[in-house]
Design a protein around this ligand. Structure first.
Ligand SMILES: Cc1ncc(COP(=O)(O)O)c(C=O)c1O
Length: 376
């Protein structure tokens, strides 16, 4: 009844579909055991140090959070070798993405990203009535730098470039020299253009030719880096992430930030998780080992996949199983394995698998194996 009162750009929003919940899948399919490899979560759970800090923090829940996030910013500043003013804390890095777009773009203006880029950039833009211009990917799903620079040159109303490196859902990345060249070319093409580089999966990276965040900022002050506690630190449910960038950018964004955008438990948990290097190491090793095991299995079944630097793999359901990504997703659901279709990215033939523990992965391997044997 009220829908016509909403502006066009809100009416046209396609609701975000998160990974299917475990309990819902159990109910729908009458299953006792279900594994979820759908949301790039940490299969080991949360950092134990964070859990301990949360328990301690429970007695202070009647207090508002520290709006300045002093303790977490101090810990991050020390860890990263930066100053507190070079940090912006958000309710997950999604919140930071939203804040950056709100502060830089007016309705009708644009952001630039690539095809199959992490969906939050476009969603946050559209909520503000901001357009998203997408540069093509090459045949390996790697961003085409020339296409990005052309969009920067041709669109003076575009205010930001967003690039996840590695990207979700593709797992692909722009290597070192290409990324550094691109960042320089964007600066030359347009003074003042901000490049937001999303390093949500940085802690999982094994490739040697992927640019470390510190080579991007402070080396380039038009770069803003996004980081999160949702992935390797295992705190996705708490919602805490941050950005690293030039103080003059964040001083302005701070004016628009909700003072209590990060809750008190998230702030103390993140601070504790940051110190928990043993947990990070364990999660990294598990991901390296299990990602390799997945790759071996997929090669054995002749299911093509895109080499990934994240805690997930994108597989070709069409070539591998003769079905669409959604069809393979539905098959696995019935077997108690939740994976993630990526048709919303225009990738109809593909399906994303988050790397789990060995027992979670084995359940998925059984489902794939049965399907392969049936199709013989
Ligand atoms: C590339 C990328 N950036 C950011 C995020 C969002 O993370 P957060 O939970 O910090 O909002 C994700 C989550 O999946 C992601 O894949």
């Amino acid at each position: 009844m009220y829908s016509k009162n909403f502006p066009d750009h809100i009416q046209k929003l396609v609701p975000y579909v998160p990974g299917k919940p475990i309990e819902e899948t159990k109910r729908e399919f009458g299953l006792k055991s279900v594994v979820k490899l759908a949301s790039n979560e940490n299969p080991l759970g949360s950092s134990p140090k964070a859990i301990k800090a949360i328990k301690k923090g429970l007695s202070e829940l009647h207090r508002y959070p520290d709006a300045s996030a002093f303790a977490l910013k101090s810990a991050l500043a020390k860890f990263l070798g930066r100053k507190r003013e070079e940090l912006l804390i958000g309710n997950g890095s999604n919140d930071v993405i939203d804040l950056i777009i709100r502060c830089f773009c007016k309705p009708g203006e644009a952001i630039i990203t690539t095809d199959a880029a992490f969906v939050a950039y476009e969603v946050c833009a559209q909520v503000q009535g901001v357009r998203t211009l997408k540069a093509r990917l090459d045949e390996n799903l790697v961003p085409d730098s020339d296409a990005i620079v052309k969009l920067v040159r041709d669109n003076p109303d575009a205010k930001l470039v967003f690039l996840a490196n590695p990207n979700n859902p593709t797992g692909t990345y722009l290597p070192n020299s290409d990324l550094l060249k691109l960042v320089k070319r964007i600066k030359e093409a347009r003074e003042g253009m901000i490049v937001v580089l999303d390093y949500a999966y940085w802690e999982y990276v094994t490739a040697q030719d992927l640019t470390p965040p510190e080579k991007l900022y402070p080396a380039f002050d038009h770069v803003v880096l996004l980081r999160t506690f949702s992935k390797i630190y295992g705190l996705a449910g708490l919602r805490i992430g941050y950005a690293v960038g030039h103080p003059s950018i964040f001083a302005m964004i701070e004016r628009a930030r909700q003072p209590f955008n990060s809750n008190s438990l998230a702030l103390i948990a993140a601070e504790a998780a940051l110190q928990d290097r043993a947990f990070v190491k364990k999660a990294f090793s598990l991901n390296v080992r299990e990602r390799k095991a997945w790759e071996k299995k997929l090669e054995g079944w002749k299911v093509p996949f895109y080499p990934s630097q994240g805690n997930f793999l994108l597989v070709n359901a069409k070539i591998g199983f003769g079905m669409s990504g959604v069809e393979l997703f539905n098959h696995c659901l019935r077997e108690g394995v939740i994976l993630r279709p990526v048709a919303n990215y225009g990738l109809h033939d593909l399906l994303r698998i988050s790397i789990g523990t060995r027992s979670e992965n084995e359940k998925a391997w059984k489902a794939f194996d049965r399907l392969k044997r049936k199709s013989k």
